[in-house]
Design a protein around this ligand. Structure first.
Ligand SMILES: *Cc1c(COP(=O)(O)O)cnc(C)c1O
Length: 424
């Protein structure tokens, strides 16, 4: 008789998991205060104090910099905007290559294209799923200008190793820490390990304000360039008598006051939310470690994992059952797992067809660009293996999940792996 729900057995769980909500009465109260003030934004695209926004934005930036022990925090309307700005602040332009991960939210790679530079994809490490010094080094050449290293799923990239490489070759490093709240390498907080670090405040992340992002740096000149790009810098640079800064196209990437006020409250809650997430993930790892055919998340020495998602690997060859079949069976048990996380970025049409603007193939086949980036299937074999065959992940490791919820996950995973015969 079938035991697995996919074959007609009883599912482990029928009720949905509690949704993760990081906001509450504190955010409601602070939003009411901002509304009562009547001032929902105070930016002016001109020299003067309002070039840097209103009181809530400025207070957030001060508190964020203090919390992350860094000199400058620049708040924007998304992490995508932060990544775009980081490329401009780093002086990335036509003819340049930027080494990026293929296994991430797409903006970590697209940011280079926005500045007419060419993303070059480094393969990922099979344990951390991040790009690494070993995969980056062979791609460095005279066109390489920057590296965007992503702490994917919440595990730190080897930022110490990447910075060493970057210093040798005079490269700018942007750490995309959008998923890495609570993570660290060698005792140093993720987001502060490169020349610039980017955090996201969108509603999928550990803390949120709806939509928002913050970019941090210890460098005064970079901070000024970020602020110019955020707020119509091409008109402000002259106003500020920064005549040497001519390579700035400004946007409107400004964070409104309400979002800044919400983020200030979220920042206070962050340590607790992170702690619960790590505890939930550690519980899963303790219970699920040792199942044949299943690999639990690895944490590299010196690293703390922030567990944006809890990702495991399935051994299809050893078990004789495909990852997709296992995920289907788990989903039938009432536990949702995502199969593969995200498609390698270079397999999307923009890269396959090498068209980003209009129809003239810039920046990929631009006269200023002398290289040729590889976007073929097979370009990053480890990444493709994770996406197509091995990795599956869940967001149940969050602060809303109870021990009973986690026990359902454990029960379902055990049940499926103990009854793989039913799937063969
Ligand atoms: C969420 C995310 C982003 C983009 O964040 P937005 O605030 O939605 O623009 C960038 N990089 C990574 C790794 C992310 O997870």
């Amino acid at each position: 008789m079938a035991k697995l729900a996919i074959n007609g057995g009883n599912p482990v769980r029928t009720k949905p998991f509690p949704s993760y909500v990081s906001t509450g009465p504190e955010e409601a109260a602070t939003v009411a205060r901002v509304l009562a003030s009547g001032s929902l934004s105070s930016y002016l695209a001109a020299a003067g104090q309002f070039f840097e926004g209103g009181p809530w934005v400025r207070r957030l930036e001060k508190e964020w910099a203090r919390a992350f022990k860094i000199k400058h925090a620049v708040a924007m309307n998304s992490a995508t905007s932060c990544l775009y700005s980081a490329m401009g602040a780093g002086g990335v332009g036509p003819g340049d290559e930027v080494i990026v991960s293929p296994y991430t939210m797409v903006a970590s790679a697209t940011c280079a294209v926005v500045f007419n530079a060419v993303p070059v994809f480094a393969d990922i490490d099979p344990d951390t799923f991040c790009i690494s010094p070993a995969t980056i080094a062979p791609l460095i050449n005279k066109r390489t200008k920057a590296i965007v290293a992503v702490d994917i799923l919440g595990h730190p990239a080897d930022m110490a190793g990447i910075m060493e490489l970057a210093i040798q070759h005079n490269l700018m490093v942007v750490e995309d820490a959008a998923q890495a709240y609570g993570a660290s390498q060698n005792g140093k907080t993720c987001g502060t390990l490169g020349h610039m670090g980017v955090f996201s405040l969108n509603y999928h992340k550990t803390i949120q304000c709806g939509e928002g992002g913050i970019v941090v740096t210890d460098d005064d000149d970079i901070a000024m360039r970020l602020k110019l790009i955020r707020n119509h810098g091409e008109v402000v640079a002259g106003d500020l008598e920064l005549n040497e800064i001519e390579d700035i196209v400004g946007f409107n990437f400004r964070m409104p006051e309400i979002e800044a006020a919400i983020t200030l409250e979220q920042l206070k809650k962050l340590p607790n939310l992170v702690e619960k997430r790590i505890a939930a993930a550690n519980y899963l790892s303790k219970e699920l470690g040792g199942l044949p055919g299943l690999t639990i998340p690895k944490v590299e020495p010196g690293c703390v994992h922030g567990y944006y998602l809890y990702a495991m690997k399935h051994d299809a060859v050893g078990t004789g059952v495909s990852r997709d079949k296992v995920v289907e069976a788990l989903n039938a048990e009432g536990i949702f797992f995502n199969s593969g996380y995200t498609k390698p970025i270079y397999l999307n049409p923009m890269f396959q067809q090498k068209v980003a603007y209009g129809s003239v193939n810039c920046p990929f086949l631009c006269p200023h660009y002398k290289g040729s980036a590889n976007y073929s299937k097979g370009a990053c074999l480890v990444c493709e293996r994770m996406y197509y065959e091995e990795l599956f992940c869940t967001n149940v490791c969050n602060a809303a999940t109870s021990k009973a919820d986690l026990d359902d996950v454990v029960t379902a995973v055990n049940k499926v792996y103990e009854n793989l015969d039913e799937l063969r």
